[in-house]
Design a protein around this ligand. Sequence first.
Ligand SMILES: [Zn+2]
Ligand SMILES: [Zn+2]
Length: 263
Amino acid sequence: MKVRVLGCSGSIAKNCRTTSFLVDGCLLVDAGTGVGDLTLQEMQGITDVLLTHSHLDHVAALPLMLDSIGGLLDAPVRVHALPETIAALRAHLFNNVLWPDFSRIPTVQAPFLSFHPVAVGQVLDIRGKQVEVMPAVHSVPACGYAISAGGAAWVFTGDTERNPAFWKRLNCMAVGALVIETAFSSREKDLARRSLHLSPEVLAEELDQIETAKRFPVYITHTKPAETDLILVEVRQFDHDAPHGKGGVHDIRWLSAGQVMVV
Ligand SMILES: [Zn+2]
Ligand SMILES: [Zn+2]
């Protein structure tokens, strides 16, 4: 399974694109501004979109992408998300004010997109891949995803704060790679807590929830552009100071747009 990083930043700036990952060319995980780097042909290859939550940095490119490829589609793009996320998109985005309601356009029978509600714990079969909906703890209803093609899973936390249920489930899985958010530096840990994001200080405690026998790379995502350098220093610090931290050695790596993870 190949996971192409389209965007892994917490916000925008030159060379910073917001959350989106493309799995095997057909499955888009979140639709942040990174989607804008895809060619028309690559966008046409997307049959399914998994959304973690309704925040703009994760959905901003969805209406624009559908506008670009809508007329070229043979079938609606299937958008999978929690019911609350779908309700938010219907009410606030595809509401014929901010953007046309592409779930009814060009016709109700053959629209550009169709919505498919998911629930935490559910396992979907999408294009031969197993997609498990993982729990997340965020300021709006949110989830993560664990995706596998029969082998170890690529696991994405989505936006989250401390998340005991996530670790409980992850410790029962074969994990090939974990992508975990760290939106703020520890200097901004109060803001991180209030907005239900992680900072390096809390990330260290969260990673300690991984059972010691587990070994897989941990990729940091969703760093705010203005905080990225400091987050990097703080993560290296705790990784260096406690290489055998309570939960074991962590193989921490950095994501960059354009990178391809093979899981
Ligand atoms: Zn969010
Ligand atoms: Zn976000």
